[in-house]
Design a protein around this ligand. Sequence first.
Ligand code: SF4
Length: 396
Amino acid sequence: MITPSQLAAVAELSTSFADGQVEITSRSNLQLRAIQKKDLNSLVQGLHSAGFLPSPEHDRVRNIVTSPFAGLGFGEILDTRPFVQELDRRLIADQGMAGLPPKFSFAIDGGGDWFARDSDDLTLRVVNVDDTHLFHFIIGDTFSGFCVRVDEALDCILEAAKICLNISKEFEMPARGRKIASVPHAMGRLLEGVSSFLVACPSPDRSTLVAHMPVGVYATQRSDFASLVPLVPLGRLTAEQLQCVAVIAKECDGDIRLAPWRGIVLGSVTERSISQITALLEAKGVSFDGKDGYRGIAACAGSTGCDASLTDVRRDASLLARRLAGRNTKPGWTVNISGCEKQCAMRNGATAELIASSFGYDLRIDGQFIASNCSLESVMNKVAACQAEMPIEVFS
Ligand code: SF4
């Protein structure tokens, strides 16, 4: 969650010291690019003043992800916001936690729609067992087979994070959930270390990973209130668009959440203000109908932001979006475009994967290798044809 004044501050800092844009990452963090060294101190000072750095040494490890619909959405079993706030408080109170790797992330899943993911190191996913709430304890992408009681969940996950650090030294491996889960000795050591918190789990983990992204107006648990989900092309908004979101949120008393699909949610706005808000944002180029072609397309930083990239994938993603603009949205249809095999912007897989090669793009569809070294034109034709074959999304 981010306050309107914090969002406005980031937008202003981007205008003054970065490239006038703000990116939302797949861990719902914010990213500013193209900062000159001489401006770095002023920028950090500005972030400090806006309340973003409660503990600078922990800043890179405060990766706690939850559903942006927490406390709002239907289907939610538990409002995860108090857990996230308490975990953050305890994380930055513990000096040892600053030693976690910068990409280490915690996820707390309250059971609502649009969130389930497998890319975090330690996950607590709520389940209802005989009218009692428990958390499934998940390491990397692997369900441990155990549950944790709600009142002990944060003790467990913090202890598990410490054990990940110890395992990393003991087994000389990265302190990352997925790696640990793939080495039986390491996994056993982790489960043994938190065994006092684990309880038998009668229910299997049935969550379905969500690759696609919501767009539009969504009902909330409060009647007469809705959540607005604009489409954020390639996870990036201009400072001007963000300022507009901040002003709207302040005036309508809505709350702003950053979303792991690299977007935003404007939560709890009154239904009678929806048309006015969407009109204001659409006037700034922010779409709510998902027909600008960008829905489902994700791209990494590409050659303008990463030395490893073999091409300007963001430019190519925009060309693809232009090709697809005006079409009806397709349920679950996603494209990931990457400058190299690492696929940093991938979230829970993709229908079509374009990976830059030395001579064009390699293409995978539904995980199957289709072609290598395709020209951009040819790969766009194949992706457009694939999208056309899928059924159209029907909104109820
Ligand atoms: S996928 Fe490759 S090119 Fe793209 S940001 Fe990651 S490392 Fe860089």
